[in-house]
Write a protein that binds this ligand. Structure first.
Ligand SMILES: *Cc1c(COP(=O)(O)O)cnc(C)c1O
Length: 356
């Protein structure tokens, strides 16, 4: 390690992103991107005039965007903050609500970025194991006094818990912030947004990366009480006031306002997920019940690593975690277009035939 690293930087646990290859055309089912392009309204919004407008800073308050998000969820703009991906929003939240004597709790099997951010901010992390069947029991978090972060639906399992469970957690301790990461909620599961007006300790984090096809636009947002949003803005204005660029503000607002296109893409993904699950089960896979735009599945014949490597050799990327204990035999497969999924299933069939 470099002698230039500060002691704090030496303790980091950087997140490992899924592969983003530039060398060849993979069927890319490894990072939960949407197979469909953003809404045509997004394309219309990015005019040449707006590109010329890049000479000016973006609106630090993201007014146009936050208004569109608030309108969509029946809230006020002061209940909304936008960020450069929801990863940035999560960072604001960790910085705002956690610190000395105030730790953070999250599941052992969940979005690994929570662990990276806890290390970045030097936080004490309580890692709470999921149950044997990968379900999350909120009772395991009831006595924890620090901030709780729950991905719902969870990643990489795809499994969701009911809103009533989160409500119980919120009611048990009003002094504790509960962050619900709803990156995948548009594909199934119950959103906690309807609880925002009742619980001033609830922060719901969402992203435009998955259900709104804007992963490359880097847009996430959080919904919460005015008090929580003000706390996040305190951090934002201490770090990067112009955190969302001009084009992404326009793209995000246009994507939010095109409800029809959004609904139809999400429905197609749900239909494709059902098809993919059925196909994998027919091939002997165990597939966890997913409410997300991916499935987490394990073959009865091929190891997780064998599947990942074999598929990659044949041009299909899925996500696999080496040395990951009880999820080592699983792969996470993004629900793509039917064309992509048919190709995936064909490759798996070939591997199974070659293996036998
Ligand atoms: C993809 C993802 C995010 C965030 O993505 P951004 O692209 O930074 O908005 C957050 N949480 C979970 C669980 C995710 O899977």
């Amino acid at each position: 390690m470099s002698r230039f690293l500060s002691p704090e930087a030496a303790c980091l646990a950087p997140y490992t992103p899924g592969e983003q290859p530039v060398d060849m055309q993979y069927v890319k089912l490894n990072t939960n991107e949407n197979p469909f392009p953003p809404s045509p309204k997004v394309v219309e919004a990015i005019t040449w005039g707006e590109v010329e407008g890049l000479k000016l800073y973006s609106d630090p308050a993201c007014g146009r965007l936050n208004k569109a998000i608030a309108a969509r969820y029946g809230l006020e703009p002061e209940n909304v903050i936008s960020g450069n991906g929801s990863d940035e929003i999560l960072a604001f939240a960790f910085r705002a609500f956690c610190g000395t004597g105030r730790g953070v709790a999250f599941a052992d099997i969940t979005y690994s970025f929570y662990r990276s951010q806890a290390a970045l901010f030097g936080l004490e992390a309580a890692v709470v194991p999921l149950r044997e069947d990968f379900s999350l029991d909120v009772d395991d978090y009831m006595d924890f006094s620090g901030t709780v972060v729950i991905a719902n639906p969870n990643a990489p399992t795809g499994m969701a818990i009911p809103r009533a469970d989160i409500r119980r957690l919120l009611e048990a301790n009003g002094e504790r912030v509960v962050i619900v990461d709803e990156a995948y909620v548009d594909f199934g599961g119950e959103s906690c947004v309807p609880l925002v007006e009742q619980f001033d300790n609830l922060l719901v984090v969402q992203t435009m990366s998955k259900s709104r096809s804007l992963a490359g636009g880097r847009l996430g947002f959080a919904l919460g009480s005015g008090e929580l949003i003000a706390a996040l803005n305190r951090v934002k204005y201490s770090f990067n006031p112009y955190n969302v660029n001009r084009l992404s503000i326009l793209a995000g607002a246009a994507a939010m306002e095109d409800g029809d296109y959004f609904q139809s893409c999400c429905q197609t993904i749900r239909d494709n997920r059902a098809w993919l699950t059925g196909q994998l089960e027919e091939l002997g896979f165990a597939v966890l019940p997913s409410q997300a735009n991916f499935v987490f599945a394990k073959s009865d014949k091929l190891s997780g690593g064998g599947l990942y490597r074999g598929l990659k050799r044949n041009g299909v990327l899925v996500r696999w975690w080496a040395d990951s204990g009880r999820i080592e035999d699983y792969v996470r497969i993004t629900v793509g277009s039917m064309e992509q999924l048919e190709r995936l299933i064909a490759e798996i069939k070939t591997m199974l035939e070659e293996g036998s």
